[in-house]
Write a protein that binds this ligand. Structure first.
Ligand code: MG
Length: 348
């Protein structure tokens, strides 16, 4: 073990080996980025957002990449092909980008059924068409049997940032409203049930879906009154809200009674001992908007496909202390902490 500075400046230990928790999107993922990647690769002051915003020929472009290793490859509500499109398209949208182009890189092992590969590529093509993006470049690698678990996918996405967009978590401030476009924890629970072949008395489906249309409409109407956007994938709402609270140095208060959740998903979380706030979504995003525009934002989200169940779930109640609190259904207040490590491996 050796010591180095953590994201918050604390002295933290460097692990000797990578663990599953380093990929879970929580505290250990942040520490790995701070220790091994940022010092060598990041520009000074570069924020860690869903996508980078770069300027090319005077045009702001949102640029994001993501690898997908979900197990099983096919699950209720989606598969690794559509997930790889939605995941990257959504990350581009989270920086105010209108997704336009994708790359597709596949690592597949020998012995993988060609029929399954065909199904997955078809799923990529259908999802890309729905999202209005073109897959313009790609790569295929085949490795020995057992070297990957079936098939992994990487996608990279590019989109032009809307002219009127000014998305920056640092812009989140006092009185901002927090909105979400629908129910939480569906994806993680659906994949978990499929992997473990749990019979939960009815199908729980992943929410894997694009959110770019909702984002486009929000920015079109509200412009720079949309301050920050982030999709609660790995680590769920708990990780995402804590990231934003940290970047903006604000206190966020959630109201549990307003959180959209499917009773069946809540039930499975209770049985498995999972905190739904820490379980991944794959077709949801959080929007931080000027408090005065909250009702307008809600109406806009509800008017677009995949936003029908949108809700205002919280607000920024103070500045100068990064924290997430939740007012529970019982009227008490509790802290919502950053998940430390691995909860559900290989869900995306
Ligand atoms: Mg993201």
């Amino acid at each position: 073990m050796s010591e180095s500075k953590g994201i918050d400046g604390d002295m933290i230990n460097k692990p000797e080996f990578i663990t599953l928790s380093h990929g879970a999107g929580g505290l250990l993922s942040q520490q790995l980025i701070a220790q091994e990647f940022a010092p060598l690769l990041a520009r000074a002051g570069q924020p860690l957002n869903d996508a980078a915003v770069i300027t090319l020929g005077g045009v702001r472009v949102a640029f994001s990449t993501d690898s997908f290793t979900v197990s099983p490859l096919f699950f209720p509500g989606g598969d690794i092909g559509s997930l790889a499109v939605h995941g990257t398209v959504n990350d581009v949208a989270m920086m105010g980008g209108e997704p336009r182009f994708l790359s597709l890189a596949i690592v597949v092992e020998e012995g993988f059924p060609t029929a399954d590969l065909h199904r997955l590529v078809q799923s990529v093509a259908e999802a890309a068409k729905r999202c209005g993006v073109d897959v313009v470049t790609g790569d295929t690698k085949v490795v020995e049997r057992g070297a990957v678990d079936g098939l992994f996918i990487n996608t990279t996405g590019l989109g032009v940032v809307y002219e009127q967009a000014d998305i920056d978590p640092a812009r989140v401030g006092l009185g901002d409203a927090v909105l979400i476009n629908g129910t939480i924890a569906d994806h993680g629970v659906a994949v978990m049930c499929a992997r473990e072949e749990l019979d939960v008395g009815g199908e729980i489906r992943s929410d894997s879906a694009p959110v770019a249309d909702i984002v486009g409409k929000l920015i079109e109407v509200l412009g720079d009154r949309v301050h920050a956007l982030r999709d609660p994938t790995r680590g769920g709402l708990a990780a995402t809200l804590n990231e934003i609270a940290g970047q903006a140095d604000v206190m966020i208060r959630l109201d549990e009674s307003t959180l959209p959740m499917k009773p069946q998903v809540v039930g499975v979380c209770e049985i498995l001992g999972l905190n739904p706030l820490q379980v991944a979504c794959e077709g949801k995003f959080l929007a931080f908007v000027d408090g005065a525009a909250a009702d307008n934002a809600l109406a806009i989200m509800k008017s677009v496909t995949n936003g029908e169940q949108a809700a205002i779930i919280g607000e920024v109640t103070a500045v100068g202390s990064a924290q997430v609190q939740m007012r529970t259904a019982l009227g008490t207040t509790r802290l919502v902490e950053m998940p430390p490590g691995e909860l559900l491996p290989r869900i995306c």
